[in-house]
Structure formats: structure tokens, C-alpha cells
Write a protein that binds this ligand. Structure first.
Ligand code: FES
Length: 382
């Protein structure tokens, strides 16, 4: 059994949201993500913000009180996990690097909208979304592109961040000369697909040639409560679309399965769950796997702890897996930076403004924030 282990370094970062030495940016690229605590002392507040966000999770009663109670209870256990991956989440480091490389690429290929500058807009931890928007405003850019770092859209992740941006501007005047564009999803971008295909092929090379084509490719993504799935959240179908596009790129060289991880709480979530799928595949006689973090564009707790330690090391050893290798997240893979630039380019000159799909609500959406926020984006994106 081989554990694919990535560097467990953890750096500490300042809470500023923008990363560029350029003085007068013309175009802002706002990198949207839920974020992750880069030190363990931020874990409690991070969990508290998640558990009290009704766009992310709907607790049955008293969201504020129950959410605070769950956050308090879960903090020590989550802190321990962050300690085990080096003391914090590397997501700020990766997003900062991705933004920098993306802007360098855009400066080269689209000089007419340069200089481009990236801003990190995290939902639950610093650098916060609100700080990023204030900095965009202060910098006086001509166009800001809100760019979700989730290739597959979910109302719980990208949707929650976009509702936050709407609420931020509800309380203040939208800058008069600012043009806004919104990239809400990009699940089948050709370079994203090629990135995953390349990373998978590199891992497959570590298996003996006689079994290489029988290794099961296990695409694993963060799960969702079944309630959200039944409401019409498009995330499961978009994750499946990415996985299938990757398999097509690989010419269906191997058997594959999409599965889901990171369930929390007692309510039913979307399965099959990654750990249970592994156990039952082994019972069926399948012993070799490549695990792919198909909905994560950079390393964080779900890849470094859940996949590497809990599944690929502890569980694999316990159930008798022969070899399992975890594909790295796209991080700074050159094809991935190309993907980011390829997604952004059509929005730079206002050719594309936002997707029609974003303007639709889930068929069973009961969240009035979604209603008002989508109307607002329809008006303001130009
Ligand atoms: Fe999906 Fe409101 S919950 S649009």
C-alpha cells in the first residue's frame, strides 16, 4: 500500500485579500472560496460561521444557538486534524499562488485589460469577502470579475458567497464606474479536464503494467445533504460531468466510480460514501485504486487529512488494499493555470457577463436571499 503524501508545510499569512505589487490594476479577479483556517486558533470562528450560515447548512431549529453549540463541540477534534496536516489549511497559500499565476498569464494574453490583480474572497475565514470587495473599490478598477474557485456550482458554497456579496452591496452604493462579471461554474473546461487526466496518468504509471488498466479511478467529492440534492442543487450533476469528461479524455482506459466524502451530522447525505465504497470494492476483490479529488482545486483538510490519512493510509491498511495513490489537487499545475485563464478570458471585455443557469433558482428553492440576489446580479452584471 502506498500513501501519496504531499508536503505538510503550513505557512502563516497576513489577512489582506489582494496579492499583487501592481499599483493601478485595471481588472480585478476576485477568487471566491469558502476558505480554511491557516492556524488552529481560527478553527472555532471558522466552524461557527459555517454552522450559522443558513445558505450552507439548515439546522432544524435555533440555527444560531444550535450552530454555536455544534461549533464549540467540534472545535477540538477539527483542531487536531489541522495539527496533523501541519497546523492549518494551505488554501490561502494555493489561492494566492493561483491568483498570481493567473494574472501573469492574463497580462500576457490580454494586455488591453491589464494590469490584472487577484483578490482572495473567503466566506468563513480571513481574507474575507467583504475585505476583498472594499479593496477592489479602493483600487478603482474598471472591471471586477467574481470568479468562483469551485468548478462545480453548489448553492451551499458558491451560492452562499454570492448571496454574501449581494448582501454587502445591499447596505452601500454600488461603485458608479465599476463593471461586474460573474463566473459561477466551469465544470467541463477543457484544460481543467486535461489537468485531472494528466495527474491521473502520472499516478497510474506507479502501478505494475499488467494491472495498470484495471486500477479503479475513484473520483471523490464533498457530499451534500440529500435535502439539498432533492431541492435541485446542480452540484452532483456537475461533479459527474467533470468526472465523465476526464474519463473521456482518458479514453475510458480504466474502470471508474464517483463517490462522496465529508458527511457531517445524522441527516442523510448523498452517497456512495468514499470510505464505504472502498470497503465494498475490496470485498468484491478490487484492490488497487487511484483517488481523485475531483471537486477540490487545491489542497486542504479534505485532501490532506481525510483522503491521505483516513482513507489512503488508515482505512486502506485496515481493509487490505494493495495500492492506493491519491492524485494531487490541481494546485499550480501549468494546465490548471491555463484553465483559469481560459475560463476568465471571455469575461474580460464584457463579452460574457454571467451564466443563464445562475439566474435560475433551484426548482424547490425557498431561500429568499437567492431570489433577491439573482435579481441583483441580473441588473448589475454588465
Ligand atoms: Fe438553490 Fe436557492 S437553494 S437557488
Amino acid at each position: 500500500m502506498t500513501l501519496y503524501n504531499l508536503g505538510k508545510t503550513c505557512l502563516k499569512f497576513a489577512s489582506t485579500s489582494s496579492f499583487s505589487t501592481k499599483v493601478n490594476p485595471k481588472t480585478a479577479i476576485v477568487m471566491i472560496n469558502m476558505g480554511g483556517p491557516d492556524t488552529t486558533d481560527k478553527v472555532h470562528d471558522y466552524l461557527l460561521r459555517i454552522m450559522t450560515d443558513r445558505d450552507m447548512i439548515q439546522l432544524p431549529v435555533m440555527q444560531d444557538k444550535l450552530g454555536a453549540w455544534i461549533a464549540n463541540r467540534r472545535t477540538p477534534e477539527v483542531q487536531k486534524k489541522y495539527e496533523e496536516i501541519g497546523g492549518g489549511s494551505p488554501i490561502t497559500k494555493w489561492t494566492k499562488l493561483q491568483g498570481k499565476l493567473l494574472c501573469e498569464e492574463l497580462d500576457k494574453v490580454c494586455p488591453e485589460t491589464a494590469p490584472h490583480k487577484s483578490y482572495i474572497a473567503f466566506r468563513y475565514v480571513d481574507p474575507f469577502t467583504e475585505t476583498a470587495l472594499e479593496e477592489v473599490e479602493k483600487d478603482g478598477v474598471e472591471r471586477a470579475i467574481l470568479f468562483s474557485q469551485y468548478p462545480q456550482y453548489s448553492c451551499a458554497t458558491t451560492g452562499s458567497s454570492l448571496n454574501t456579496i449581494y448582501k454587502f452591496y445591499k447596505k452601500r452604493t454600488f461603485p458608479k464606474n465599476l463593471k461586474l462579471s460573474l463566473i459561477d461554474r466551469w465544470p467541463t473546461n477543457q484544460f481543467l479536464v486535461k489537468t485531472f487526466a494528466d495527474l491521473i496518468q502520472k499516478e497510474l504509471k506507479h502501478f505494475p503494467e499488467n494491472i495498470r488498466n484495471d486500477v479503479v479511478i475513484l473520483f471523490s467529492a464533498h457530499s451534500l445533504p440529500l435535502k439539498a440534492v432533492s431541492r435541485g442543487d446542480s452540484y452532483p450533476s456537475e461533479v459527474a460531468a467533470t468526472a465523465l469528461a476526464v474519463m473521456q479524455e482518458l479514453n475510458y482506459s480504466n474502470p471508474h466510480q464517483v463517490c462522496w466524502q465529508s458527511k457531517v451530522g445524522p441527516l442523510p447525505w448523498l452517497g456512495p460514501f468514499t470510505d464505504e465504497a472502498l470497503k465494498d470494492f475490496v470485498k468484491q476483490g478490487v484492490k488497487n485504486f487511484v483517488m481523485v479529488p475531483i471537486a477540490f482545486v487545491n489542497e486542504h483538510i479534505e485532501t490532506l487529512h481525510e483522503m491521505d490519512i483516513e482513507y489512503c493510509h488508515d482505512l486502506a491498511k485496515e481493509i487490505g488494499v494493495e495500492q492506493i495513490r491519491r492524485v494531487p489537487a490541481p494546485n499550480d499545475h501549468p494546465l490548471f493555470i491555463k484553465a483559469l485563464a481560459d475560463v476568465v478570458k471571455p469575461y474580460l471585455n464584457g463579452g460574457k457577463k454571467l451564466s443563464k443557469k445562475f439566474l435560475m433558482r433551484c426548482p424547490h428553492c425557498v431561500n429568499t436571499n437567492c431570489l433577491h440576489s439573482k435579481k441583483w446580479y441580473a441588473n448589475v452584471c454588465q
